[in-house]
Design a binder for this molecule. Structure first.
Ligand code: OAD
Length: 246
């Protein structure tokens, strides 16, 4: 493992256009359940059954209950060493393009301000009428009025299954994927597109794929470097190695 970590650090150190991509696994050590882990179900619903425009149209109360529960759970947790290591990584590698699928805002809380939240942020709402996006940490219901226009309902400012991802964010990511020579993928099952395709794209262009994941059986990208273990242990070790190289 030590050698693999050193190799990963060397590759990142020499990469000219590296990408960092995180998923729910990076927040697992903070106590936030992953989507496809053992605690991934809420009241027996899978994310795919609740995080859709159809689910919201059918039962906005249920969908808001789920988001309120998740917001409360996240509010009780805090960033872990993996989030802080990611922020350090960006300082050591200014060219690193940081992307997350997570909506918990923990990367920013840990000091990584330049992170593209490709699935949005759970602490923002968007008005279905006037489209105003507002930061909102309180409990929301379908009758909570929009602070801008007073109409209802508000929805979470997140990307749901079947929806288009934010154009500006995706333009930046796709531009980088054209030239990326390395990608570090942390704590994602690689089941939800388009994020699941990023590593494949980097590899297709002969870039190196480095993955950190606790699942021993998880090798979806025929990756070059698979670091099997906890992000909160492995990412700080990569940062230590990078400091030695800098
Ligand atoms: P998943 O729950 O699908 O996958 C989490 C991954 O993290 C799994 O592969 C775990 O093995 C791994 N993991 C767990 N603990 C870890 C740790 N301590 N260190 C490293 N790895 C660990 O979560 P995502 O891949 O992020 O989308 O899910 C992708 C998207 O599906 C989410 O953004 C969300 C979800 O439905 C939407 O809601 C649109």
């Amino acid at each position: 493992m030590k050698d693999l970590i050193a190799t990963a650090a060397r590759i990142l150190h020499h990469a000219r256009h590296p990408i960092f991509l995180s998923g729910a696994g990076i927040s697992a050590e903070s106590g936030i359940p992953t989507f496809r882990g053992s605690e991934g179900l809420w009241k027996n619903y899978r994310a795919e059954e609740l995080a859709t425009p159809e689910a919201f149209a059918r039962d906005p109360h249920l969908v808001w209950q789920w988001y309120n529960w998740r917001k409360e759970r996240i509010a009780q947790c805090k960033p872990n060493p993996a989030h802080y290591a990611a922020a350090e990584l960006k300082k050591l590698l200014p060219e690193l393009l940081c992307v997350t699928q997570n909506v918990d805002g923990f990367h920013a809380l840990a000091g990584l301000s330049e992170v593209l939240e490709m699935h949005g942020n759970i602490y923002r709402t968007r008005c279905l009428s006037c489209k105003t996006v507002t930061e909102n940490r309180t409990e929301i219901t379908p009758t909570t009025p929009c602070p801008a226009c007073g109409k209802v309902p508000l929805r979470p400012d997140v990307v749901w299954f079947g929806e288009i991802l934010p154009r500006q964010v995706m333009d930046v990511i796709y531009a980088r994927l054209q030239i990326a020579d390395a990608i570090l993928v942390v704590g994602t099952s690689g089941t939800v597109y388009p994020a699941a395709g990023f590593a494949v794209e980097v590899r297709r262009r002969r870039g190196t794929v480095i993955e950190i994941n606790t699942d021993a059986a998880h090798r979806p990208y025929a990756d070059d470097i698979y670091l099997h273990g906890k992000a909160g242990e492995i990412l700080p070790a990569i940062v230590d190695e990078l400091r030695r190289l800098s």
